[in-house]
Design a protein around this ligand. Sequence first.
Ligand code: B12
Length: 295
Amino acid sequence: MSVGAVARRLGVSASTLRTWDRRYGIGPSRRSEGSHRRYDPADVARLEVMNRLILQGAPPGEAARAALGGMEVRERDPRAHGAGGNRLALSTVPARTRGLARAVMALNGPVVAETVREAVARDGVVSAWEELIAPVLRSIGERHAATGEAVEIEHFLSGTALAVLAAVTPPSPGAGGRPVLLACAPEDQHSLPLYALGAALAERGISSRMLGARVPERALGDAVEKIGPGAVFLWSQMHRTGDVGVLERIPGRRPALRVIAGGPGWGGPLPEGVRFTESLPDAVEAVAEALGVPG
Ligand code: B12
């Protein structure tokens, strides 16, 4: 591949690639006539490793050494001195969060997807959501609120994270018999926390049915009647979509069907019997309990 093609693939500039070659000796193993850089698949793979380590927070020199030597970067987290001397520094949360934020800002799809996928595989959905995805979402939200910018970043991260979370939520009959129905309140588009919940439940072997964003009240009722779920989880992100009447009017409530609510949009007292959940692990527990799945 040419330097331009590799640059496009990695989402860095061609001059960055040339600098890495000069400074850290990580470049093409061959040159074509006329001395143009030509990268073979092994060269590209090494550069991808280096790029990912940088986006996860490693200094370029260390990332290059790790990519070239196949060795791991030394632990730099001061809390972990002593024991874990050979773990990746990048596993420390702040560095990884910064790295994800940087990759998101650059709209670097492969790195964002890989970072999220890796975090989910290694640490589980709850930790990936609470320590990595949600903090970056919140900072994007703040930036947007302050400047009116970053809408493309918000859409991009939501879309990529949603796809990764959906991919680890295989449709399965599930352990507890009846599934849980996951839905956003009418007109609410903030479905991402539902995908996090679906994925976290799948880790526990609990099956869900995803209705996603902006579910009209009538459609929610129809879905409840069609599949007879053991529980319904309804998310509202915004006050204007937090009409508690929707919770009240779900057909077949109590004792057969448990209704669980989550999200900052629900204001005021919830109807009797509706359980409000504060966090992702809290919601997982509430659903497990409602479906009678042992902890
Ligand atoms: C991603 C995002 C979007 C995406 C959603 C994509 C998707 N598929 O989900 C898109 C681009 C569609 C979107 C659209 C809009 N958005 Co928006 N969005 C966000 C963003 C960045 C993250 C949302 C999210 O996932 N939050 C979940 C976690 C990350 O955040 P949290 O609320 O802090 O979580 C708390 C609790 O809820 C709980 N928690 C966290 N995770 C979980 C999980 C479970 C299961 C449970 C139970 C609890 C829980 O713990 C946290 C601490 O209290 C937020 C910023 C923010 N701070 O949330 C804005 C934000 C929610 N959006 C906002 C707005 C205004 C909009 C739009 C109106 C913008 C517009 N002008 O079009 C539209 C609304 C469209 C609609 N009708 O719904 C405002 C809402 C303001 C308000 N209070 O009403 C926010 C807060 C941004 C801001 N600062 O202005 N948005």
